[in-house]
Design a protein around this ligand. Structure first.
Ligand code: NAP
Length: 360
């Protein structure tokens, strides 16, 4: 293990895609991590990163200078990864992730994944650093289960749930959430690039994102769950019903949420719970931790994706419109940046926590 002051060398799997580009962009000048390796499909492999993303760079500004000349590798070049990296971020399509992430972990390379492949694997922790950092203890159990030495897999949950899981987590601890109905309005960047055809989404709303409702209903149960023996046991004390829609915004997933608790909280108690909700411990000084993990806006017409998605580097969850619900107890609107908080930024925050706890 390197000493805690040394920068960690990082690989990005799927570096040319929507999430991969966000990793490259956010990691520019990162104080703890340096990008030293990149993987993409055979059509990008062998090119420099600048050549591979030419004409399809979607981030603000230019391709960061220090990665422009890095050569893109194929996913099977495990020797190069082991030589060049201390750990990798995976932003691979889930079918490729399914084939490769375990091979990386078995080869001694820790994987922080954005893919859905291992989210429901019982010994793989699914982490939101502010909500369930204690699930990182699964890493040692996972390594024991699999006979892995240095490698492991940690995953980040689906982007669609980021805008309401943290606000519900803090209420669940205090008042026991029982039932939730959530309707999401998800940005087109959530489908990657080229993603949804413009003819399907402009001037339109698509009321189906394949597999998304199931993930939205199940993943919070694992995140709120607890470690028992050699796996994470889901918290089945509450039920979520989700409607997931693709809407013509570019970035920022919004969610309208109605919920009831075992004991109805007051408005004051809910707002206090959100205000007091803390991120990872301050003394860890994680560079990507938002100042305020949940930001409540009192303006009656907020949050809005275009105006609010980039608050606090795109890492805070912005909520608003808390009001009583005539069917459930309360309702609110939540918003998070899907490729930052919901993807690359969320992955980086997990990796920072892993480094602070000496896992990488
Ligand atoms: P994307 O834009 O389609 O990018 C896919 C990436 O995978 C590209 O870099 C692509 O390389 C690479 N790839 C494809 N086939 C490959 C192969 N055979 N070997 C190695 N690399 C290969 O998708 P995305 O939106 O970035 O999503 C990436 C992952 O993150 C997915 O699992 C997705 O579900 C998850 N995710 C996405 C979001 C979001 O908001 N977009 C949020 C959370 C999680 P080429 O460019 O060379 O084809």
């Amino acid at each position: 293990m390197k000493n805690s002051h040394e920068k960690r060398r990082v690989g990005i799997l799927g570096a040319t895609g929507m999430v991969g580009q966000q990793y490259i962009s956010l990691l520019e000048g990162h104080p703890w991590f340096t990008v030293t390796h990149m993987v993409a499909s055979p059509s990008s492999a062998g090119k420099t990163y600048a050549e591979a993303v030419e004409g399809r760079w979607h981030m603000n500004g230019s391709v960061p200078k220090d990665v422009q000349k890095l050569v893109v590798h194929t996913v099977d070049d495990l020797k190069a990864v082991a030589k060049n990296c201390d750990f990798v971020f995976s932003a691979l399509d889930s079918d490729i992730a399914k084939e490769w992430e375990e091979k990386y972990a078995a080869a001694g390379i820790p994987v922080v994944s954005n893919a859905s492949t291992h989210r429901m694997t019982p010994d793989v922790p699914m982490i939101i650093p502010e909500v369930n950092p204690e699930h990182l203890e699964m890493i040692t159990i996972q390594q024991k289960n699999r006979g892995w030495d240095k490698g492991f897999i940690v995953v980040k949950p689906n982007c669609s749930i980021q805008s309401y899981v943290a606000p519900l987590a803090t209420l669940h601890k205090k008042f026991k959430i029982k039932s939730v109905v959530v309707t999401t309005m998800q940005a087109i960047s959530g489908a990657g690039h080229p993603g949804v055809a413009s003819l399907d989404i402009l001037e339109n709303v698509v009321p189906l994102i394949k597999g998304e409702e199931e993930k939205s209903e199940l993943e919070p149960r694992k995140i709120f769950g607890s470690i028992k023996g050699d796996k994470i046991v889901h918290d089945e004390s509450f039920t979520i019903s989700a409607h997931c829609n693709r809407v013509p915004t570019i970035d920022g997933h919004m969610a309208c949420v109605s919920f009831s608790c075992e004991k109805k909280p007051t408005e004051k108690e809910i707002l206090a719970a959100w205000k007091d909700f803390k991120g990872p411990p301050q003394e860890l000084s994680l560079p990507f931790a938002p100042v305020q993990a949940i930001t409540y806006l009192t303006e009656p017409n907020r949050p809005q994706p275009r105006i609010d998605r980039n608050r606090d580097k795109g890492m805070t969850v912005t909520v608003g419109r808390l009001r009583e619900d005539p069917v459930f107890q309360w309702k609110f609107v939540g918003l998070s940046h899907n490729t930052i908080r919901g993807a690359a930024g969320g992955g980086i925050l997990i990796a920072e926590l892993l480094k602070a706890k000496s896992y990488v």
